[in-house]
Design a binder for this molecule. Structure first.
Ligand code: IDP
Ligand code: MG
Length: 140
């Protein structure tokens, strides 16, 4: 029943897709336990994606993620980590399954609309990166 971190990325906020993404979360019976609008600084984006610092796309990814505000989400519910990844689809929208968020709205492997934590460990650290405990609804 672990929470996971979702991010609606700057491409999606610019294109006014915030409502569409949240609608998909609600339709899937995932639970929204936290939400905030944030404009990441370069330092914060570098830290968030530090696991990718040696990848060729790192610099461009940090540029992209700091190019405008994002919406950070705490998403809960049974198997939330895997279910949110499934709902997002493959990193590359062209390879993502039909009806996934990335397939429907993504425009490139970089500008792929949403982020989701990929394991219980990263979910815990990524939620804490954006949210204090008081900002997250308790699991009743
Ligand atoms: P994920 O978001 O599906 O977990 P990761 O491999 O963790 O994918 O990559 C993090 C983010 O970096 C991706 O969501 C995407 O925005 C960007 N990215 C990943 N691979 C590439 C690439 O080959 N070129 C450009 N950007 C990429
Ligand atoms: Mg990842």
């Amino acid at each position: 029943m672990a929470n996971t971190l979702g991010i609606i990325k700057p491409d999606a906020v610019r294109r006014k897709l915030v409502g569409k993404v949240i609608e998909r979360i609600e339709r899937d019976d995932l639970i929204l336990r936290g939400a905030k609008v944030v404009h990441l600084t370069r330092e914060r984006a570098e830290q968030f994606y530090s696991v990718h610092q040696d990848k060729p796309f790192y610099r461009s990814l940090v540029d992209f993620m700091t190019s405008g505000p994002v919406v950070a989400l705490v998403i809960g519910g049974h198997n939330a980590i895997d279910r949110w990844r499934t709902l997002m689809g493959n990193t590359d929208p062209a390879k993502a399954k039909y009806h996934t968020i990335r397939r429907e709205y993504g425009t490139s492997i970089e500008k792929n609309v949403v982020h989701g934590s990929d394991s219980p460990q990263t979910a815990m650290s990524e939620v804490a990166f954006f949210f204090s405990d008081e900002e997250i609804l308790p699991k009743d």
